[in-house]
Write a protein that binds this ligand. Structure first.
Ligand code: FES
Ligand code: FE2
Length: 397
């Protein structure tokens, strides 16, 4: 276990906390630190991990300011001016295709007096015009025009540019990182190439995408995606016949940032447009990127998810469904894809996790014992969480 002193030493943490709050955060971090032990406790996180403002601040600083997050598929950003704008733990980020063909992740906060230049969401635009006083920026973030500013000799419009974050594409999926100097995420995801290359992800087309909001802490969404045990309950009518909740997970951690989970199907899939081996046909293969992004390959159909934290108890769920060009052109397969989409993006997880968030606020809530069916994935997530909060995770910028 990491020494508490190190987690909370004055120069190691920039939060100003009261003694009580510091003690509470210390208790949570002590519990989380135990997941680094060789024999971690088979317990869920303490309830306060989902409600503590102090832990949320620490997560913003240690995790969301320096982690890669999946926010789009390139099909959503194909044309000049196509953009996706998100709010990552309170920080606005806009990923936009420039006139030069480059994808950029920029801070869409006006350099004049801080007005956001776009709402969160997706769209297409040719310039970014601030509605407050009409300063205008190009898609590369450079200032193009600012009314009545020429007489201000201290202001040089050529120096005025929106800050940039890191952006990367991996097999058609678009990732952002608030740390502009972050190490490339591709180096970690490429460790999964042996298992995922035959899905031909880079050639897949996106046939569906969505953005929902759940009233739950982001960790509940990530945990939920690291186990399949809940299919017994939340998805007993929809997913249980295909990926039973009683199946045993096979978890492989490639690096602190990348992890694969195999979830057995009830029967092997009939795959027409890909050359998959028996293991791939017989398992849902999920590639997780810590802390909050995943893609789940079910034969010729792949779903991606980004669970973007909005606040301590709200998460934006971004996602899309990809398939091979052959399948996308096949009308019978399209009907099956639609069924698959409906099953994957049903409201069942939202209802479940919003309930758990309410439960985490109960004075009587306690840590729960984990089933062996859920332990492999959840304990891996908790260990990565402990490493990230402890500042131990290698591979960050
Ligand atoms: S805040 Fe944007 S133009 Fe004034
Ligand atoms: Fe689920």
């Amino acid at each position: 276990m990491l020494a508490l002193d190190r987690w909370l030493s004055a120069d190691n943490i920039s939060l100003m906390l009261s003694t009580d709050n510091r003690a509470e955060l210390g208790r949570i971090l002590t519990d989380i630190g135990c997941y680094l032990d060789d024999n971690p406790p088979a317990l869920s996180l303490p309830p306060s991990a989902y409600t503590s403002p102090e832990l949320w601040q620490l997560e913003r600083e240690r995790i969301f300011n320096r982690s890669w997050m999946l926010v789009a598929h390139v099909d959503q950003l194909a044309e000049t001016g196509d953009y996706v704008a998100v709010s990552i733990a309170g920080e606005r980020v806009m990923v936009v295709r420039g006139g030069d063909g480059e994808l950029r992740a920029i801070s869409p906060i006006c350099r004049h007096r801080m007005m956001p230049l776009v709402e969160t969401g997706a769209g297409r635009t040719d310039t970014l015009t601030c509605q407050y006083h009409m300063w205008r920026y190009g898609l590369d973030g450079r200032l193009r025009g600012a009314p009545h500013m020429a007489a201000n000799k201290d202001f040089n419009p050529r120096d005025c540019r929106l800050p940039q974050f890191a952006v990367a594409t991996w097999n058609g999926l678009v990732w952002v990182n608030l740390d502009a100097d972050a190490e490339a995420i591709g180096a970690h995801l490429d460790l999964a190439n042996d298992e995922f290359a035959s899905y031909r992800l880079a050639e897949m087309v996106q046939v569906e995408s969505w953005s929902h909001e759940w009233r739950a802490n982001w960790k509940l969404a990530s945990e939920n995606g690291h186990e399949n045990y809940h299919v017994l309950g939340l998805h007993r009518q929809t997913l249980e016949p295909l990926v039973p909740g009683g199946g045993d997970l096979d978890v492989r951690q490639y690096s602190p940032w990348a992890l694969r989970i195999r979830v057995p199907f009830t029967f092997p899939l009939d795959v027409k447009s890909l050359q998959l081996n028996e293991v791939q046909k017989s398992n849902l293969s999920v590639l997780w990127t810590f802390p909050n992004s995943a893609l789940a390959a079910a034969g010729e159909r792949v779903v991606w998810f980004g669970f973007i934290p909005l606040s301590i108890d709200r998460v934006q769920v971004l996602g899309g469904v990809l398939t091979t060009p052959e399948l996308a052109a096949d009308s019978a397969a399209t009907a099956q894809t639609a069924q698959f989409v409906t099953a994957m993006i049903n409201d069942e997880d939202r209802l479940g996790l919003e309930g758990v968030q309410v439960g985490a606020g109960s004075r009587f809530a306690e840590r729960g014992h984990l089933s062996p069916k859920e332990q492999p994935g959840m304990l891996a997530f908790y260990r990565n969480l402990a490493e990230a909060l402890g500042g131990d995770q290698t591979g960050s910028g």
